[in-house]
Design a protein around this ligand. Structure first.
Ligand SMILES: [Zn+2]
Length: 140
């Protein structure tokens, strides 16, 4: 199936430019370029052989090795082989996750700080908790 540049960009950015199975970094301009660095293809998350559609929600970027070895397996099965449960988040998803993590860290840190240091600890613990939670990888 041929995809427009706009469709390819949308599919590529859905997983922040990473293979949705093994999370390897992909190169937008090397779509379908077997042998090139970051080469990728469009994978049907639910395979066509299992009734998967061409709808955008079913299309994911995958490195060529993953796409071709996946065959008629589901994405869940293919990701499990790589030790992952979910596809990588989009940039928007990563930003949202990071903001939520920072808020959670600040609250938890504030409570912990208050328990250890009293009222002054709320600020110190909140700041430390926010920084610590913000620094983790949102895809984890
Ligand atoms: Zn891959």
């Amino acid at each position: 199936m041929a995809y427009s540049d706009e469709q390819l960009k949308r599919i590529y950015h859905r997983t922040n430019g990473r293979c949705h199975i093994c999370r390897k970094r992909l190169s937008l301009c090397n779509y379908g370029e077997l042998g090139r660095r970051g080469a990728w293809e469009v994978d049907h998350s639910r395979p066509r052989a299992r009734g998967g559609s061409h709808h955008g929600n079913n299309l994911c970027a995958a490195c060529i090795a993953c796409n071709r070895s996946k065959q008629a397996a589901t994405s869940r099965t293919a990701r499990a082989r790589e030790g992952f449960k979910r596809a990588p988040l989009s940039q928007r998803g990563r930003d949202a996750r990071r903001a939520a993590d920072t808020a959670t860290g600040a609250i938890v840190g504030g409570i912990a700080g208050a328990l250890v240091l009293g009222p002054v600890g709320i600020l110190l613990g909140g700041a430390a908790g926010g920084i610590l939670r913000n620094s983790r990888d949102p895809d984890e």
